[in-house]
Design a protein around this ligand. Structure first.
Ligand code: GLC
Length: 538
């Protein structure tokens, strides 16, 4: 039973779907909304509580939907508004919440707002975007860089000015200093909230406000050739500006006009700056996504330190969250290696805070090898060859061992991962010892044991390959032991009076085993143990 006031987005598990790659229903090789509806029973069985959909809005697809031409339309590639309504309804019937992707920082250059804005210098929408005169030498107004390579400024010859784009030149940035822009985006939010969506994941939200004096960004002294070109500068004047919190506060107020909705922020910043996005009075996003594990060294001590740092930095009442994969970063199974995927699953599902699970990670999909002629990602096209390509983590969901992995009966837009004949939902769901079943059990245990969903986090030990911690709420205590290496570990608890039993092993073969002062962990094993509630055993 959830405790009083436990919100669904705190106790639940969020599942991220990259719609192009989940399920194709109309034979064009691209996933769509009907396909997602058809696959809802799978998500219900897996036990997740909410779906976050990467953008499904009208888009020329220069950045596969993160370039929006109409915020309140569904792109025909994915279906139509009626399909989205059906998804909302079907979700509701199955107790699945639906979170949409809100992309407020930029539009597509095909959006009517931008078409108007670039039409003339005195167009009423001119100031909806960021226009500047050339520098005296005719070049870009300042040194600001695009995240996706090259200058952040694009020259528009018809009006003889530059516009700013944090990402592609086909993704001009909106001017969030203009109140009309804020109002327009608030109306977009209301449109979807009224239709029944349960909230938004807000894209690139730490970029919303730029310096109003357009000062040059400082040079990064640590930059080395071969690194991401944008890292040549420190984004002092283009990201994480203090005024951004006011803009986010405005969005939050709109969200709060509707009961029980959630606002989640995509923010890549160090922990100390990240936590400011909860807002001074917890009036910012409900949580800024915590991506720290995406780049953490996979080692017990580093991870324990990172958890401690994050827990300590959270503002009072700020709810934590954890992420191990998304559509921008290399696949988890490839990053941690096949032997550690189970331990990673256990970590994600037992840390304090909302877990977000990226589609396919529950079956251990690998980063797919993408041949040069198969590259679709504009980031990789702009900045080739340094390994930032995102296609490899966006390949079709592997449902079964048939052609195109059951994703589509046409040629899929990206190749199917090479291991799909073994690694697919159909085969893993038949094997009770599989990674898929481990996720199912973990999600189920989170539901059954309130300490896992809502309890406090108490570090116990991190040494060598061993990570030990408790989750605790009232009388309930769950002990988590993770072996982050291949060698067996014999654990002696500092407290001799520990006793309890195994809820789950990463290898699904020790359930019910008694636990006392000593514990043997096999290589790459994780264990969840319920401890006896005798308080003297503390
Ligand atoms: C976010 C998205 C990414 C996209 C970018 C521009 O970082 O996650 O996929 O390319 O914003 O919208």
């Amino acid at each position: 039973m959830p405790a009083e006031n436990a919100k669904w987005w705190k106790t639940g598990v969020i599942y991220q779907i990259y719609p192009r790659s989940f399920q194709d229903s109309n034979h064009d090789g691209v996933g769509d909304l009907r396909g997602i509806i058809d696959r809802l029973p799978y998500l219900v069985e897996l036990g997740v509580d909410a779906i976050w959909l990467s953008p499904i809005f009208t888009s020329p697809m220069a950045d596969f939907g993160y370039d929006i031409a109409d915020y309140t339309g569904v792109d025909p590639l994915f279906g139509n508004l009626a399909d989205l309504d059906s998804l909302i309804d079907a979700g509701r019937r199955n107790h699945l919440k639906l979170i949409l992707d809100l992309v407020p920082n930029h539009t597509s250059d095909q959006h009517s707002w931008f078409v108007e804005s670039r039409a003339s210098r005195d167009n009423p929408k001119r100031d909806w975007y960021i226009w500047r005169d050339a520098a005296p030498d005719g070049g870009p107004p300042n040194n600001w860089l695009s995240e996706f390579g090259g200058s952040g400024w694009e020259f528009d010859s018809s009006t003889n000015q530059y516009y700013y784009h944090t990402f592609l030149s086909a993704q001009p940035d909106l001017n969030w200093r203009n109140p009309a822009v804020r109002e327009a985006m608030h109306d977009v939010m209301r449109f979807w909230l009224r239709r029944g969506v349960d909230g938004f994941r807000v894209d690139a939200v730490w970029y919303l406000i730029k310096d109003d004096q357009f000062r040059n960004n400082p040079v990064n002294p640590d930059f080395r050739p071969g690194e991401l070109p944008r890292d040549a500068l420190i984004p002092l004047y283009t990201a994480d500006l203090p005024e951004v919190h006011d803009a986010i506060g405005g969005m939050r107020r709109v969200l709060d006009e509707f009961p029980d909705r959630v606002l989640l922020g995509e923010i890549y910043l160090p922990i100390d700056r990240l936590v400011a996005y909860y807002g001074r009075k917890l009036d910012g996003v409900h949580f800024p996504y915590n991506f720290a594990l995406l780049t953490a060294k996979w080692e017990a001590r580093s991870i324990a330190q990172l958890i401690d740092e994050y827990e300590a930095a959270l503002p009072p009442g700020g709810w934590p969250n954890w992420v191990l994969g998304n559509h921008d970063r290399p696949r988890l199974a490839t990053r941690v290696g096949p032997n550690q995927v189970r331990v990673a699953a256990m970590l994600l599902m037992t840390l304090r805070g909302t877990p977000t699970l990226y589609y396919g990670d529950e079956i251990g999909m690998q980063q797919a090898a993408i041949l040069p002629e198969q590259v679709r990602d504009p980031f990789e096209k702009n900045v080739p060859g340094i390994g930032i390509g995102r296609d490899g983590c966006r390949t079709p969901m592997q449902w079964d061992g048939t052609k195109s992995a059951g994703f589509s009966d046409a040629d899929p837009w990206l190749p199917v991962g090479g291991n799909f004949r073994e690694v697919n939902v159909n085969s893993l769901s038949k094997d009770r010892g599989s990674l898929y079943w481990l996720y199912r059990r973990l999600i189920d245990l989170r539901r059954k044991h309130i300490a896992l969903a809502e309890g406090s986090y108490k570090p116990l030990m991190a040494s060598g390959e061993l990570l030990l911690f408790y989750r605790e709420l009232r009388e309930e205590r769950v002990l988590i032991a993770l072996n982050m290496g291949p060698e067996p570990i014999a654990v002696s608890f500092p407290d001799e009076r520990v006793s309890g039993y195994v809820l789950l092993s990463a290898f699904a073969d020790r359930e019910g085993e008694a636990v006392s002062a000593k514990l043997d962990l096999r290589g790459n094993e994780g264990l969840l143990m319920k401890l006896d509630s005798d308080r003297r055993a503390n």
